[in-house]
Design a protein around this ligand. Structure first.
Ligand code: IPE
Ligand code: IPE
Ligand code: MG
Length: 242
């Protein structure tokens, strides 16, 4: 089927109900360190600006009509980083939850956490669980934040749980993934020019579309998200059929 090529991204053209809007977008938010380095700033500043982008993009996702936005915030491999950087990231996480939870509640955002978050500091675990409970009835946008997330670990945990329940099958594994209940993953976006999954949603990405940008995460914007959605709308998905 011929699809008209539209040169300019038209964010306003993207509205829910076109059938071409992805229900579930996942973003690998990469490039905070390089953003800071380019400006001769400490890495922590890059992460700080990255949090501001998270704020803007969560808001944009709601405005653009996305049902679910998943954000890769801290991987199970990120523990390899220097302690100081890990502490900076955890500190930003605490500040973010404290400062933004009211806004989530007001904007009808439901918070989910994927990954082995219970291994984080007890005060963070407590804050997260409170926030999940407080936003559990919200229904406009689901924000799934990946914390201490590694897809291989998630699949092992899911397979173990499935085995204790009975037969191992695609659906029994799926039912035990951290993402259970979220819509199928439609689109994966990665910033900063890297083109890899870095152990993110390996299972869920089976038939997802991919969109890469050179933009570093602190510079990512609603317009660029809209451009990704426009490109997604032009893709033809076949799921192995014809
Ligand atoms: C992404 O930015 C944030 C996290 C992984 C927590 P990076 O810190 O990986 O930034 P680069 O890749 O070094 O530029
Ligand atoms: C992926 O980014 C993890 C997050 C965005 C949280 P990394 O910067 O850790 O990935 P690699 O090491 O470049 O693959
Ligand atoms: Mg990186």
């Amino acid at each position: 089927m011929a699809v008209a090529e539209v040169e300019t991204p038209l964010p306003t053209r993207i509205t829910a109900g076109t059938g071409k809007l992805p229900r579930h977008v996942a973003i690998i938010m990469d490039g905070n360190g390089r953003w800071a380095k380019k400006r001769l700033l400490p890495r922590a500043m890059g992460h700080k600006r990255g949090v501001e982008t998270v704020r803007n993009i969560v808001k944009a996702a709601g405005e653009l009509g996305l049902e679910t936005l998943s954000l890769y915030a801290f991987s199970s491999e990120n523990w390899k980083r220097p302690e100081e950087e890990i502490n900076d990231l955890m500190g930003l996480m605490r500040d973010f939850i404290k400062s933004d939870l009211d806004e989530f509640a007001a904007n009808d955002v439901r918070l989910r956490i994927i990954g082995d978050y219970k291994a984080l500091a007890p005060d963070i675990v407590e804050m997260l669980e409170e926030s999940i409970a407080r936003t559990s009835k919200n229904s406009r946008t689901t924000l799934a934040v990946a914390l201490n997330y590694g897809s291989q670990d998630e699949m092992v945990r899911a397979a173990r749980a499935a085995a204790t329940q009975g037969e191992i099958s695609v659906s029994s594994i799926e039912a035990n993934l951290d993402t259970f209940g979220l819509p199928p993953l439609d689109l994966v976006i990665r910033t900063s020019g890297e083109q890899r999954l870095s152990n993110f949603m390996l299972w869920q990405a089976a038939y997802a579309e991919f969109w890469f940008t050179e933009t570093l995460w602190p510079d990512f914007s609603k317009d660029e998200l809209a451009a990704a959605l426009n490109e997604f709308a032009r893709r033809e998905r076949r799921y192995g059929g014809r």
